[in-house]
Design a protein. Structure first.
Length: 85
């Protein structure tokens, strides 16, 4: 995980956002811990929604987007928003 965190830090130093392909809540948790900015395909596993701890963690961050089957979870005006696509 340290190697992945180093890659994320380098990308951020250059003003780049980091996108990860993640399905399971544990994968999303690890990505959040190392600073991933956006997650693709996150809704394939956590039916009917994301665990509360994942949503709380996203709420602490300034700008994280989860693109999921059936909708997107993102931050707007400092709050987590879940919208259907």
């Amino acid at each position: 995980m340290q190697e992945a965190q180093a890659v994320v830090e380098q990308a951020h130093k250059h003003g780049l956002k980091v996108v990860a392909h993640a399905h399971r809540p544990d994968e999303i948790r690890r990505g959040l811990l190392i600073g991933v900015d956006n997650f693709e395909h996150t809704g394939l596993t956590p039916a009917p929604g994301f665990p509360e701890d994942v949503l709380r963690y996203i709420n602490k961050l300034s700008d994280v987007t989860l693109v999921m089957k059936g909708g997107v979870i993102y931050k707007q005006n400092g709050k987590v928003v879940e919208s259907a696509l």
